[in-house]
Design a protein around this ligand. Structure first.
Ligand SMILES: Nc1ncnc2c1ncn2[C@@H]1O[C@H](COP(=O)(O)OP(=O)(O)OP(=O)(O)O)[C@@H](O)[C@H]1O
Ligand SMILES: [Mg+2]
Length: 299
């Protein structure tokens, strides 16, 4: 579905002294339909730049981004509109991404009208459906972004991205600005939505726990390049690159491959308990298997 080939983005910076920042320096990956690629790395390695390139917000210095075999940067006039709808991006800071002068109802109605997806009289109904989908009641219709919490704002930002029936969501640190319990709720919402709408995610984060629980494949980014990529369990449990080992050693124990798919978290008890307990509420019973001794069982 998404194919990124040898993409580079170099920024010119410096006023007196012309310098080139190689934010992205030859990155390639693919994402299959309905799958999540987790892009992880330290601050400043170029993750958001990759996200913006994929979403078509930045032009690459070199390389190509193809979505459903369409070149994102040369789609032709007819397909440009289609791509703007099919690839959506959700940012880390929802307050900054939502217009503070617009009420939630207007924020969600706008993309429906721009893309002419729903006839005028049905817009309100569709907006109510979107609010319900992201777990917000009808009373939020008349609220302004500054009258809501960070988690509620992020739900609105997700609803706005989903309103145009996208196929690919670029999620750039969508939960980093939220506290751990709200973080777990938003992650659960994203997982459920992906299953329901068969969405493809490029999930960007510096948090290996979040990436591990969200992604099918993980790509490790360092200084503008991908140093390692592969199935989530193999990258985390058998890392091959020294930088991945370094990232993993900078955090507490991760669950084993066996426990990952069975949704059993075996972090140390002191580690992110609130995330675990909120996951506990929302993970269905069928997905749960017997926990190992000392592990947290999600049932
Ligand atoms: N518009 C720009 N002009 C110049 N340099 C830029 C621009 N955008 C990003 N950069 C630089 O590119 C590099 C990568 O930035 P990017 O925002 O992609 O990092 P990141 O991995 O998302 O970091 P973080 O985890 O802190 O969000 C940084 O050195 C940044 O200063
Ligand atoms: Mg970033």
């Amino acid at each position: 579905m998404l194919e990124v080939q040898n993409v580079r983005k170099h920024f010119r910076s410096g006023w007196l002294e012309r310098r080139t920042v190689k934010a992205v320096d030859g990155v390639s990956f693919t994402i299959a339909p309905g799958c999540t690629l987790g892009l992880v790395g330290e601050s400043g390695v170029g993750k958001s730049t990759v996200g913006r390139l994929v979403a078509g917000l930045l032009r690459p210095t070199a390389g190509s981004v193809c979505f459903e075999d369409l070149d994102v940067f040369r789609p032709g006039r007819e397909k440009a509109r289609y791509l703007r709808r099919k690839i959506q991006i959700v940012f880390q800071n929802p307050e900054g991404a939502l217009n503070p002068r617009m009420r939630v109802g207007e924020i969600l109605a706008e993309p429906l009208q721009v893309h002419r997806l729903v006839k005028g009289r049905y817009v309100k109904e569709r907006v109510a459906g979107l609010l319900e989908m992201v777990g917000l009641g009808p009373e939020f219709y008349h609220r302004y972004p500054w009258e809501m919490s960070g988690g509620q704002n992020q739900r609105v930002a997700i609803a706005r991205a989903l309103s145009v029936e996208p196929s690919l969501l670029v999620l750039d640190e969508p939960t980093s600005a939220l506290d751990v319990s709200v973080q777990a709720q938003i992650l659960q919402l994203l997982k459920a939505t992906q299953r329901r709408m068969k969405l493809c995610y490029l999930f960007i984060s510096h948090d290996l726990d979040v990436i591990y629980h969200m992604a099918d494949e993980i790509a490790i980014m360092h200084r503008g390049r991908l140093v390692e990529q592969g199935p989530a369990a193999s990258v985390i449990i058998n890392p091959r690159h020294s930088y991945t080992v370094q990232l993993l050693s900078a955090k507490p124990a991760l669950p084993s491959a066996q426990t990952r798919n069975s949704r059993v978290l075996c972090f140390k008890p002191a580690f992110k308990q609130s995330t675990i307990s909120t996951f506990k509420e929302s993970v269905s019973k069928e997905e749960t298997t017997v926990a190992q001794p000392g592990a947290y069982k999600l049932s």
